[in-house]
Design a protein around this ligand. Structure first.
Ligand SMILES: C[S@@+](CC[C@H](N)C(=O)[O-])C[C@H]1O[C@@H](n2cnc3c(N)ncnc32)[C@H](O)[C@@H]1O
Length: 214
């Protein structure tokens, strides 16, 4: 029996999914107009389910854009999110969205470059989610420090990034197990957490044709 058969998360209601879908569309519109790099993460529903599955309480995100993925971690979950973005204009839009969607009290945004901000953070997070432009091998030490002994590191935008092999090697050098699925890597010192994410990812991709991929 797979891990997910034991712990498969509660499915969200249609109206709960609808807010996330609308937010995704709004993020795409923003990126088109602002001409910034704020591409929303392709599967926010996966992020929401991982929080439930792993009983996550705290998330650190690198790459807020206008706040879609931070919302996906937070909605219907008792989780606090710290999210970093270097574009000051994103802050007001993101904070207004979170206020409208009743998650503002769960999310704190820090404006700055992750290279400067990460070394100032001293707590461990249950999940560290990298969704900046290109995963940078030089930042792996910081991510691995911030997930501690049992946290989960989720990193994105691997498929087009030339330094992905070096990045993954750095994760393994820090003694984290790592599995890459399409453009997203799941890593943890806790092998069970990686297996849970992979099983969930594979399950979702099997049924992708039946539900919209957000
Ligand atoms: C792909 S978008 C994030 C999308 C967002 N996670 C979502 O799903 O809606 C990348 C964002 O990362 C920010 N970013 C890129 N590199 C960064 C860095 N080194 N430090 C802080 N923010 C960064 C960009 O300004 C951009 O808004």
């Amino acid at each position: 029996m797979g891990i997910l058969s034991l712990h498969f998360p509660v499915m969200l209601r249609d109206d709960e999914r609808k807010f996330a879908q609308d937010y995704y569309s709004k993020s795409v519109e923003h990126r088109d107009q602002h001409k910034c790099g704020g591409y929303p993460y392709a599967d926010g529903d996966l992020l929401n389910q991982i929080v439930r599955l792993t009983q996550t309480r705290s998330v650190l995100e690198i790459g807020t854009a206008i706040g879609y993925s931070a919302y996906c971690f937070a909605y219907c979950n008792n989780v606090s999110v710290v999210t970093i973005d270097m574009v000051e204009q994103h802050r007001e839009i993101a904070e207004n969205n979170w206020r409208d969607l009743d998650v503002a009290n769960q999310i704190e945004m820090i404006t700055g470059n992750s290279q400067d901000v990460l070394p100032t953070l001293n707590q461990n997070f249950d999940i560290v989610f990298f969704d900046g432009f290109a995963p940078n091998p030089n930042e792996v030490n910081q991510y691995c420090r911030l997930v501690g002994e049992s946290g989960l590191l989720i990193t994105t935008n691997h498929s087009w990034n030339k330094s992905t092999p070096e990045f993954i090697q750095e994760i393994e050098n820090n003694d984290l197990n790592c599995v890459l699925k399409a453009d997203t890597a799941f890593s943890s010192r806790d092998q069970n957490k990686v297996e849970m994410c992979v099983e969930l990812w594979e399950k979702k991709h099997e049924t992708l044709s039946e539900s919209k991929y957000i």
